[in-house]
Design a protein around this ligand. Sequence first.
Ligand SMILES: Nc1ncnc2c1ncn2[C@@H]1O[C@H](COP(=O)(O)OP(=O)(O)O)[C@@H](O)[C@H]1O
Ligand SMILES: [Mg+2]
Length: 287
Amino acid sequence: MKLSINNLSKTYPNGVQALKNVSLEIPTGMFGLLGPNGAGKSTLMRILATLQEADSGTATLGDIDVLKDKDSVRRVLGYLPQEFGVYPRMSALNMLDHFATLKGIAGSERKELVHTLLHRVNLWDHRKKAVSSYSGGMRQRFGIAQALIGDPKLIIVDEPTAGLDPGERNRFYNLLSEIGENVIVILSTHIVDDVHELCSNMAIINLGEVVFTGAPSSALQTLDGKIWQKVITKAEIENYNQEYKVISSKLVAGKPIIHILSEEEPGEGFQPAAPGLEDVFFSKIMA
Ligand SMILES: Nc1ncnc2c1ncn2[C@@H]1O[C@H](COP(=O)(O)OP(=O)(O)O)[C@@H](O)[C@H]1O
Ligand SMILES: [Mg+2]
């Protein structure tokens, strides 16, 4: 199965053009949609999840017309929205059972599914606790459990790792990468590491436009030999910003290390640096 998105555009009533002719081919596996806040990621995710209308363009999932045949999409979709609301005081077990009921799963099959999912996301021991009392990581794992109801072929998770601590993030990565083996998983995120660690294919989106698509490794190749680094002082940052194409500056042991983009060797004490996905991200969104 493949998701094909063609020339999708969306302008909000306030005039913000959130998506501008977005076209993407998304195969089975983990697909990273990377972009800064306001890039249009959630808008695209909501349109694909049939919760919002596009102004123009098309999207097909296998032979399903995603924009027209919403019921068919919903039957094969699992969605974890950016803001995932939960009922206060309801236990994970009861809430998951409730979601499964809404998806039309009945009787003993439902009970079995709910139990399987709670084990799968490692929440079985916490099944009787209120989801509203869960930590961020547990809540997101619960969110994945509800997204997996009904054996979806397309799973959309919108900024799932924002606010998780490193341990929680790792557990969440492991869960997602298991799931991503047989279905399409679209992971929207502004966190470069999410994509680097998990995704075989990716796109970078900025101001509603796709600015890169491909494998993370090919993204890195586009910058091969063009990234240069130098340790400078804080007072020098402004000068360097004016003189060079500075794509990032990171403090290491209190000193700024800048990365610049340059086709030629810049001299002036710059050293060649291996490009990271962060360099790709910042160079694409600054271009
Ligand atoms: N309901 C809305 N009404 C008006 N503007 C919106 C609405 N939702 C999002 N936007 C604007 O559309 C742009 C893209 O937003 P969004 O899709 O949420 O981006 P992201 O998820 O990448 O942060 C932003 O400029 C945002 O302010
Ligand atoms: Mg968003």
